[in-house]
Design a binder for this molecule. Sequence first.
Ligand code: ADP
Ligand code: MG
Length: 755
Amino acid sequence: MASNNSTHTAKINQLNGPKADFFARRQKIEQHRKALPIAAVQKRLLEEVSNNDILIIVGETGSGKTTQLPQYLFNGGFCRNGGIIGITQPRRVAAVTVAKRVSEECGVTLGQKVGYAIRFEDVTSSSTRIKYMTDGLLLREALLDPCLSKYSVIIVDEAHERTVQTDVLLGLLKTVQKTRSSGASDMVHSDHAKADNGLLLEKEEDVQCTSTLKHSRGKKLSPLKLIIMSASLDAQIFSEFFGGAKAVHVQGRQYPVDILYTHQPETDYLDAALITIFQIHLEEGPGDILVFLTGQEEIESIERLVQERLPKLPESKRKLSIIPIFASLPSEKQMKVFMPPPVGFRKVILATNIAETSVTIPGIKYVIDPGMVKVRTYDPSTGIEPLIIVKTSKAQALQRSGRAGREGPGKCYRLYPENEFYKLKDSTTPEIKRCNLSNVILQLKALGIDDIVGFDFIEEPDSFDLKSATDRSAHSISMVKDDKFLCYMKLMMAIIKSMELLFLLGALTDASKLSDPVGRQMAKLPLDPIYSKALIVADQFNCLEEMLIVVAMLSVESIFYAPVKSWKRYYCSLLFYIFMCSLSRTALRSFSSSEGDHLTLLNTYRASDEFLEKSKLVSSQEKAEKNLRKWCKENFINSRSLKHARDIHSQIRKNVEQMGLRVTSCGDDMLPLRRCLAASFFLNAALKQPDGTYRALSSGLTVQIHPSSVLFRTKPECIIFDELVRTNQNYVRNVSRIDYLWLTELAPQCYALQE
Ligand code: ADP
Ligand code: MG
């Protein structure tokens, strides 16, 4: 009897344990939701959305806009008749992590009621009603379904970020909304437009429909509700753009944050960040640390340095849990930032600017802000688009320090002197004024919007008086410095330059229309136009199998890593450092190709593939993956980046197969691949000068081969490159040797034979 009883109790415990955990977690989530500032205005927000077709919602980061509003709308009946609430994010990380969180809050499996779609990944189903996605993805969906007919509400989130895709989306949505509310009866639900992993599988009839944004299959569409959300207090620009749309403010909760500055400017901000992490850890009370860095490379190098330094601390002080977060990190790793650290541990989150407003991380008390950010810039006069590290704006610095005061008073360590803060720009220049627009132009053209210059860009002044502005500029150039006229002209120049690029790539015809088939095929691929071109041309050169690998490897940041550089200050002695460098070089040499980095990347990918396949023969998938990570470490390969490249590879392979391109291999003969690189990257060609530097042929800029290139020492006569990085010099990265004559043969539109 007694034994029976105990078995019974054990069974109950078994059932109750996980169930009790589940209910406790649900209760905690409910409490958390109710305590968010936005919860207090839920009813009012629903009324405002009902009463206004366009609404602007401004609210401090962390107030609950992104996670809560879509749920309020769903519960408020905005998905009746099967409509979907679409929420766009400028960043993939935010779309994925927020969708995961919201599916948990709703108690549903991700991909069912709540889902997300980003380039190369679609986690939605026919039952999805709350769909998080990148703004770029929604733009692509518009190609198939120009009225975005499956959406009842579209929320453009993080509009203050002013990414190109957001800006273009705002212009497009304005038209879509007008069309849907006026000629709704002429419109049609397109046959379930779905971007399949970023590729649009369109039907011929749909393509024709897109040109006018009007269909005629007679199904009535409901008007579209549009909500623009922003963390910046300046809602006016959005309100004006939407003809005086109503803006509501959600009061946030902010505790005081102590701002500390350095006495002197720091020569090495990474070094300074590292010291500050340990200073806080050793001297300050409990609370997690958030460090803003500019990219994956910096994050991984700081991660390694902290890990290496930790064992030197007394045992009781080693409880630091380092958590990186950046765009290309696998999504299960991204979710780690939201998990509590092991008991007694302090979390140190190393983040890019995604942690500024897109992703709100709980538990932060200390923020370290070196004041830098990596941005893409574009110089229309040269057509060059380098990634550069620049100072943040004041608005960004304020957002960053604000992260320390979400749950209680905090501290922000700005790693620059106070007077530097006042010299910062007030706000960040919208991306549309500083980036290559060829990608969005291609998409607008595919949408049938041919008049790009006349497109309703948010930046374009409404009642812009071109004549008076021109007159003023004739009087004094300095008078118009920085004013709207100059901004407008810059935008126009960027448009013209980007169109020229598309024309040279063969995507546009003489009449500036999308060419068929090249332009149409390029618009279908979710890649930069030059990469898309490379894949399309590779079909003709019979080397698509190889080019898919090259493009996948080029699409990720830093496949190879060098040993940490800050050996000086830390316990890594000079001799050890030199030894590590020589090891990494030896490792690279085993894959390196004398033809350049593209073939080196190909060799590396293939070697890793071969290793994985062999490993799978003798061990389980999981063990094989683990072995691969070890192999990567031994070969100084970034296993995260390699994994990301493998994922991209399988997606774009599917994409080109669906498009009907032939995935054939050029075997051991690499000549077709190299010629194909010349035929697609010809705008990034450079010739060696007598002094050993290079002249970029399309821009005339003097550039040098980046030290990380396998061609750094060989310096061939003529090269093509993937990207230009501007530090103290103009460096070109991912370089391959080509023959100049190939350019004249394969890109005669740009290069003529000299007589
Ligand atoms: P906002 O969009 O106004 O900046 P969010 O809706 O993103 O605010 O965040 C609201 C709250 O939800 C914050 O306290 C944040 O920490 C929390 N949160 C957001 N995403 C997650 C997640 N994936 N896991 C746990 N908490 C999260
Ligand atoms: Mg948000």
